[in-house]
Design a protein around this ligand. Structure first.
Ligand code: UD1
Length: 419
């Protein structure tokens, strides 16, 4: 297992290119199950989660061929309907095969994901929606077994806006008989990206990006030819790194429109934000202002940026109240930040982060994807040396992270961890 060694205290400066969005790419990959193809997906990030999705598709019988960030997929020969435990366990988004397999083949067997580091994360709303569309669903030996002759359009109201649930049902509804209306749907930019790709395949979808999405089922879909949107969380991670090291960084290809909540909080914290059509720039303040955040479904502040923003707030000039309202257990980075000298106390879903004058390098351990990113940022701003172990979490979601940071002047290297 590799670890990262960071000699902190360098101001970041320069430009870095954003990669394709992991969370948009995954549903797009699974949407290729809706038509035989051949499909073409460009701007895919090279990440472990993407490789896992490719393995899952290959296991179902798809032909997957990738080169230079463009993937060609043919799903003519699908001969398995199963997403096995080994894959779902390592990547929860594997449950997104459920909707497409059911819609095109009338059958799917998908392992239940179980808990994960940031909470219970059930898929009950995915299943409830598919049942409303006429699917029969049984849980057996840890697997969801679903079948339907042909899915029927339905009106589905989500109890809470779920990104994966909205995506699963939107994909399922494209081939259902009749009209499906998804109410209280998630509004994340990745949902719009998926809707655009599906529309390009001939699906009839209205309202993606609002809380009500209407899908008129069609009999078949044509191949997908699509370019994945930029990764707003990766871009946000670089911008927060710039702000907290007092540097100036431009993220080429980032889309400011997808990141309004984060950008306005960065400005409140004293950073300067400037957007040109190609590049989004952030310049760090002299003194970081402590600001409060509460994570919310889009367009609110993204839970996937909470840990990174907290890293910055550890160096604020006052106290920042950070409330996590999307996942119940997403403060695991706190104890690691404390080991670096941060002053944080947690009560329920809120962390009170009292700014300190400096963070100090220490050995720390990554616990999940965004917590890992938070520790990298803390290490970049800290004095002395930070060693981050278990960075396989980072490799799930960041492409060439350390190379990109090095190109901005960071002193960061990956070394094999001794057994
Ligand atoms: C997606 C993102 C993840 C991000 C999250 C919230 C991908 C691959 N992952 O995860 O990075 O942190 O959105 O922005 O896109 N819930 C239920 N029942 C369900 C489904 C969800 O109660 O059936 C709850 C969850 O426990 C959570 C909330 O709804 O509290 C939001 O979860 P959801 O939007 O579904 O997250 P994911 O799609 O898993």
């Amino acid at each position: 297992m590799d670890k990262l060694i960071i000699h902190g205290g360098k101001r970041l400066s320069g430009e870095v290119a954003v990669s394709g969005a992991k969370n948009a790419a995954l549903p797009l990959l699974f949407a290729t199950l809706l038509s035989p193809g051949p499909h073409r997906l460009a701007n895919l990030p090279r990440l472990r989660d993407i490789t896992t999705a490719e393995r899952l598709l290959a296991g179902l019988g798809a032909e997957v061929d990738s080169s230079n960030g463009t993937l060609k997929i043919a799903t003519e020969q699908i001969n398995s309907m199963e997403a096995p435990y080994e894959l779902v366990r390592t990547m929860r988004a594997s449950v997104l095969v459920l909707g497409p397999l059911l819609a095109r083949y009338g059958k799917a067997r998908v392992s239940l994901p179980g808990g994960c580091a940031i909470g219970a994360r059930p898929i009950n709303l995915h299943l409830k929606g598919l049942e409303a569309m006429g699917a029969e669903i049984h849980l057996e030996n840890g697997y969801v077994e679903a079948s339907a002759a042909r899915l029927e359009g339905a009106r589905i109201h989500f109890d809470v806006p779920t990104v994966g649930g909205t995506e699963n049902l939107m994909m399922a509804a494209t081939l259902a008989r009749g009209t499906t209306i998804l109410e209280n749907a998630a509004r994340e930019p990745e949902i719009i990206d998926l809707a655009k790709a599906l529309q390009g395949m001939g699906a009839s979808i209205e309202g993606a990006g609002t809380d009500t999405i209407m899908i008129e089922g069609v009999d078949d879909l044509s191949p997908m030819d699509y370019q994945v949107m930029p990764d707003r969380i990766e871009a946000g991670t670089f911008l927060v790194a710039a702000a907290m090291t007092g540097g100036r960084v431009g993220v080429k290809g980032a889309c400011a429109e997808h990141m309004e909540a984060l950008l306005s909080k960065l400005e409140e914290a004293g950073a300067t934000v400037a957007a040109s059509p190609e590049t989004l720039w952030v310049e760090g303040p002299q003194e970081i202002q402590s600001v409060n955040i509460k994570t919310q479904p889009h367009p609110g502040f993204p839970t996937d940026m909470q840990a990174q923003f907290m890293a910055m707030m550890t160096l604020g000039n006052g106290t920042s109240m950070i409330t996590e309202a999307v996942f119940e257990n997403r403060f695991m980075h706190v104890s690691e930040l404390q080991r670096m000298g941060a002053d944080i106390s947690i009560e329920g879903h809120t962390a009170a982060v009292k700014g300190v004058s400096a963070l100090h390098g220490a050995p720390v351990m990554a616990t999940d994807l965004r917590a890992s990113a938070c520790l990298v940022l803390a290490g970049l701003a800290a004095d002395k040396t930070t060693e981050i172990s278990r960075i396989y979490h980072l490799d799930r979601g960041y492409e060439n992270l350390e190379e990109k940071f090095r190109s901005l002047g960071a002193d960061i290297e990956r070394v094999p961890e001794q057994k």
